[in-house]
Design a protein around this ligand. Structure first.
Ligand SMILES: NC(=O)c1ccc[n+]([C@@H]2O[C@H](COP(=O)([O-])OP(=O)(O)OC[C@H]3O[C@@H](n4cnc5c(N)ncnc54)[C@H](OP(=O)(O)O)[C@@H]3O)[C@@H](O)[C@H]2O)c1
Length: 210
């Protein structure tokens, strides 16, 4: 039977591709969102549940019956440059809910900025987004401290493009272009959830080499 996926951040730029590609692959999907009106599509295989990903009890009520949790949450650009703990706190609530009620497969979206020594562009990005980088590092630590079957995806800058191909490497960022598509990241996360690859690995992503 097709996996039953629980998606956090389904109304975002990566999230919309994740939902679209998952439904196209005949997965069953629950989109756990704070603003259901933003998810302007209906499908027999799509359940939309309104809730707050910071609240473990709300997540725990919605999680039973799913095979994997995919999280593509992210702060707004304005929030991202200020001190925040959105992703760390959502990771903590998600982990708590999964421990009590959910599946043990967790695929989360982080960022390639966390790979050290990637040159000047990355160093500048790390400095500009230092508050977000701190949140991402804390989120990754929360996920890695679990006994779950987790995968952390670290892509570079993301852009809207139809490209679905990607290259992936455990523990390293493949060489290549500075940007890749939201859609390719979504495809990677679905492949991971379906094929149970990269278990307990941090994975660097890039678009295809030209
Ligand atoms: N964008 C990039 O270039 C890029 C590059 C590398 C890594 N990443 C990582 O990818 C992640 C997702 O990026 P994205 O660009 O797809 O994000 P996005 O388009 O900004 O979407 C963020 C999602 O998170 C939800 N969200 C934000 N704040 C929330 C809150 N307080 N409570 C509940 N839900 C909340 C949003 O819900 P609403 O729709 O209700 O606001 C939306 O579904 C980020 O964490 C980022 O670190 C992004």
């Amino acid at each position: 039977m097709a996996p039953n996926l629980f998606i956090l951040g389904a109304t975002g730029r990566t999230g919309r591709h994740l939902v679209e590609l998952a439904l196209a692959r005949s997965f069953r999907v629950t989109a756990f969102v704070r603003s259901p009106h933003k998810l302007a599509r209906s499908d027999a295989a799509l359940a939309v549940v309104q809730g707050d990903p910071l609240q473990a009890d709300q997540l725990a009520r919605a999680l039973p019956g799913h095979d994997a949790v995919l999280s593509v949450l992210g702060p707004t650009p304005r929030e991202a440059i200020r001190p925040h703990r959105l992703l760390a706190e959502c990771a903590a609530s998600t982990v708590a809910a999964m421990e009590s009620a959910g599946p043990k497969r967790l695929v989360v979206l982080s960022a390639a900025l966390l790979f050290p020594d990637q040159g000047l562009r990355f160093a500048v990005g790390r400095w500009l987004l230092r508050n977000h980088v701190e949140d991402l590092e804390e989120m990754e630590a929360v996920v890695q401290a679990t006994a779950f079957d987790w995968t952390i995806a670290r892509p570079p800058r993301l852009v809207e493009a139809p490209e679905e191909a990607y290259r992936s490497a455990a523990g390293a960022l493949p060489p290549g272009r500075f940007s890749m598509s939201f859609r390719a990241v979504a495809r990677f996360m679905l492949d991971c959830a379906e094929q149970a690859t990269f278990s307990r690995e941090v994975v660097g992503l890039r678009g295809p080499s030209r």
